[in-house]
Design a protein around this ligand. Sequence first.
Ligand SMILES: NC(=O)c1ccc[n+]([C@@H]2O[C@H](COP(=O)([O-])OP(=O)(O)OC[C@H]3O[C@@H](n4cnc5c(N)ncnc54)[C@H](O)[C@@H]3O)[C@@H](O)[C@H]2O)c1
Ligand SMILES: [Zn+2]
Ligand SMILES: [Zn+2]
Length: 391
Amino acid sequence: MKAATWTGVNEVSVEEVPEPTLLNDHDVILKVTQSVTCGSDLHLLGGYIPFMRAGDVLGHEFIGEIVEAGPAVRHRKVGDRVVGAPFAACGNCWYCKQEEYSLCDNGNANPGITEGLWGQSPGGCLGYSHAMGGYAGSHAEYIRVPYGDVGTFVVPEGIDDTRALFASDAASTGWMGADLAGTKPGDVVAVWGAGGVGQMAARAAMLLGAEQVFVVDRVPERLQQVREHVGAEAIDYSSTDVLAELRERTGGRGPDVCIEAVGMEAHSSGAAGVYDQVKQQLRLQTDRPTALREAVMACRKGGSLFTLGVFAAMVDKFPLGAVMNKGLTLRGAQVHAQRYIPELLERMERGELTTEHLATHVMPLSEAPRGYQMFKDKEDGCVRAVFTPGS
Ligand SMILES: NC(=O)c1ccc[n+]([C@@H]2O[C@H](COP(=O)([O-])OP(=O)(O)OC[C@H]3O[C@@H](n4cnc5c(N)ncnc54)[C@H](O)[C@@H]3O)[C@@H](O)[C@H]2O)c1
Ligand SMILES: [Zn+2]
Ligand SMILES: [Zn+2]
């Protein structure tokens, strides 16, 4: 079958790879109808997340039809139209029982690498490096989803594929950020990054009752989507002093909740940006925490910060003094999609949550290299490139 694979730093190819087969009794095989790029893939492409091998199939946000189900699968059947969760989770371990699915103790068959790096291993992610389980991803005609009863969700008929697709990752990640940061009715929330994840975090904050929601970015088409489709206020950091603006708009206090949806490749034009680039390229730090630093400085005293943006290991010049002295709560997580997808599908069906505007570029899987290049360079207003393997 055809699949889009990582073939080296900044190289994506479309290749023939073996079709997946059922390996465990709980597996299902999906015929993929749509699979979409994610900001997390850019960290793989850029070589910032290690343990990729040439030929690894990319993709972890997808919708498709079940074509095979293992003998232990109880709640899904051949023919079901489902969205898949990015992280493989067993549904039975201590973490899964706390609904912390991306921390599943059984989801990563290669826990040694991340145990060494982080002290414990989180779960495994489809299409995401051998450090995270080495599973083949969804940019392919077919994908094997482990623990099919836990990792797939039947899509109600009233929701079309492109809307449902984003329940998989962008919308569930955004929702998790707003939820676990403790967003309450009346709060002021600021989000850094207007990609799919940041936009969905902002929308979630609004649906959870936030009174004012700001999204910070510099890409005009994305800021326009924030205004038009999310209904939040857009701040262009290339022409605005973000800290001053947020202070001014919040009566001097700062946002109650700050959500970072940028991650380890944050852009900065100032001296700090040059410093971070050089240190990252010399491997003296693995990540560039520009947006996270700004969020810490912006957050009101006693406020809450959540990093949805992916960080790999070490950051430099992190304002820990501000975190401590301002009494901030700082959290982060990979997406516990299984916890949020059912509720998101209900909200999508009711029309409260729309996502299809994120699919700015839809193309056959054979055009994945071009899709990734457009997504990476934000060319032609690309927010997400969606691949349709069947076409
Ligand atoms: N926690 C999770 O489970 C999870 C899930 C999906 C994605 N992610 C991560 O979330 C982050 C965002 O994902 P995405 O798909 O929206 O990515 P994306 O690449 O589409 O968007 C990132 C946005 O951040 C903006 N940006 C860059 N530097 C900035 C700065 N200094 N201040 C404000 N904005 C800045 C960019 O212009 C871009 O619009 C990535 O790090 C990705 O890896 C995490
Ligand atoms: Zn993702
Ligand atoms: Zn588990």
